[in-house]
Design a protein around this ligand. Structure first.
Ligand code: UDX
Ligand code: ADP
Length: 483
């Protein structure tokens, strides 16, 4: 029986391995992690991550051909294929700080693989890593091997959170990069045979190692660029009276542009977009391509601009101060249908409002109070370390934060409400009831365009919705300073 081991039981490793176990009953899959609580959770009734459809798949396979364990070395040594899906944070100090990927966890995983391996292995890069990481890993493995040989493959993951199980079940494509040598090609075929259990052959693309590594960064950069482009348009729409949803619809009808990923928002979040673009910027700089680096840097800068523009709208609308005012924050996750808060725009927006001494009352259907408090106390980029290594910066402002059990509790006596995640339930709230229990004038700041602006204005709210024609209240107020 083929044995697969995945190092790192996170958002990528967990769901991906669960799908492989489901579709390949003839393969034994072990997911290993150094985090004891994380593995305990994978073995419990309440999985450590929320992902529609994941519970059912894990329950069907667990203890059959899917195992979760902290015995990293045993499972690695027994496996023929080892996926590596560990954290790759952005460096916060030293060479490349603020841009380059910190490969500490990758390197320690590679050294461990070399140390415990007694048979030949295929090592698969699953975490997003800078281009040419495979080469570095190859060197660590080949200089430390004990007579066994390793083939490195790059098999980037394209799943999006919230739809991970669907994306894994019917992927647009699976990409496998390998060395162009007989042994490299054989390894590519071995991994292809795993996916071929359920993915049509024409959707399994094989390339050289560097193309696969770069394609992952390029795909995320292109997607993020679309969002920054429509967000840039949203600011112009507000200044001119155009409606960004109409503009997005109109341009999306052009089949060369396409309609997806054109929703203006308070900004993109998630563990990949910013990190991958910063990585791309760093790689360009290292290769002397400064103009190209600056081009991609703008995608992140517009995203930061969008978040600070939103905060400025809130503060300037409310008589230029939110100090001591209760503001309800609906949604904290970086998008709907996930409990993930990594790089969520809500962190920057909340910190911006807290900087002005607002009293926040936050509600999210999936994010725990503990997580919200952690996120608001963390330094930039620290989220991407295993939890026990995340340094916390316990600031006083976290005392200004209350976490509520529902939207109605959060909005009671509030002066304003900000929608920061597009959860479906926020479309169906009883806004009449919410209006009655808020201070007047009552403000809604919709960072996801989920509320019905016309209805809300009829109720009496002063409404700001990203990229929509402005409420008369806001027309002459300052929109944003530049970043
Ligand atoms: C992304 C890529 O889509 C995926 O292929 C890759 O493997 C990992 O990174 P993910 O971060 O899970 O996936 O979520 P995604 O759906 O791409 O959304 C990212 C962010 O962009 C979210 O904050 C989302 O709210 C925002 N977004 C997305 C918009 O603001 N507007 C849009 O039109 C689409
Ligand atoms: P992703 O979103 O890429 O899956 P996560 O942060 O959710 O990233 O998961 C990465 C996991 O990798 C964490 O659970 C962390 O504990 C684990 N990890 C990091 N380094 C190692 C290592 N050397 N051995 C085993 N697990 C590791």
């Amino acid at each position: 029986m083929v044995k697969i081991c995945c190092i790192g039981a996170g958002y990528v490793g967990g769901p991906t391995m669960a799908m492989i176990a489901l579709k390949c009953p003839d393969i034994e899959v072990a997911v290993v992690d150094i985090s004891v609580p994380r593995i305990a959770a994978w073995n419990s009734e309440v999985l450590p991550i929320f992902e529609p459809g994941l519970d059912e798949v894990v329950k069907a396979c667990r203890s059959r051909n899917l195992f979760f364990s902290t015995d990293v070395e045993k499972h690695v040594s027994e496996a023929g294929i080892v996926f590596v899906s560990v954290n790759t944070p952005t460096k916060t100090r030293g060479l490349g700080a603020g841009k380059a990927a910190d490969l500490t966890y990758w390197e320690s995983a590679a050294r461990m693989i070399a140390d415990v391996s007694k048979s030949d292995k295929i090592v698969v890069e699953k975490s997003t890593v800078p281009v040419k990481t495979a080469e570095a890993i190859e060197k660590i493995l080949s200089h430390n091997n004990k007579g066994v040989s390793f083939q490195i493959l790059s098999n980037p993951e394209f799943l999006a959170e919230g739809t991970a199980m669907e994306d894994l079940k019917s992927p647009d494509r699976v990409l496998i990069g390998g060395r162009e040598t007989p042994a490299g090609r054989k390894a590519v075929q071995a991994l292809k045979a795993v996916y071929a259990h359920w993915v049509p052959e024409d959707r399994i693309l094989t390339t050289n190692l560097w193309s696969a590594e770069l394609s992952k960064l390029a795909a995320n950069a292109f997607l993020a660029q679309r969002i920054s482009s429509i967000n840039a348009m949203s600011a112009l729409c507000e200044s001119t009276g155009a409606d960004v949803a109409e503009v997005a619809y109109a341009i999306g009808k052009d089949s060369r542009i396409g309609s997806r990923f054109l929703n203006a928002s308070v900004g993109f979040g998630g563990s990949c977009f910013q990190k991958d673009i910063l990585n791309l910027v760093y790689i360009c700089e290292c290769n002397g391509l400064i103009d190209i680096a600056n081009y991609w840097k703008q995608v992140v800068q517009i995203n930061d601009y969008q978040k600070s523009r939103f905060v400025q709208r809130v503060v300037s609308s409310m008589f230029n101060t939110v100090s001591g005012k209760k503001i309800a924050v609906l949604g904290f996750a970086f998008k709907k249908d996930t409990g993930d808060t990594r790089e969520t725009p809500a962190i920057d927006v909340c910190n911006g409002l807290l900087g002005d001494k607002a009293l926040l009352s936050i509600y999210d259907p999936q994010v725990t109070e503990q997580q919200i408090r952690r996120d608001l106390s963390m330094n930039k980029f620290d989220w991407d370390h295993p939890q026990h290594l995340q340094p916390l910066n316990l600031s006083d402002s976290v005392n200004l934060v209350q976490v509520s059990k529902d939207a109605y509790e959060a909005t009671k006596n509030a002066h304003g409400l900000c929608i920061l995640t597009e959860w479906d339930e926020f479309r169906k709230l009883d806004y009449q009831k919410i209006y009655q229990q808020m201070q007047k004038p009552a403000f809604v700041f919709d960072g996801r365009n989920v509320a019905n602006v016309v209805e809300l204005r009829k109720i009496g709210f002063i409404v700001y919705s990203i990229g929509k024609p402005l409420d008369p209240w806001m027309r002459d107020l300052p929109a944003a300073s530049s970043f």
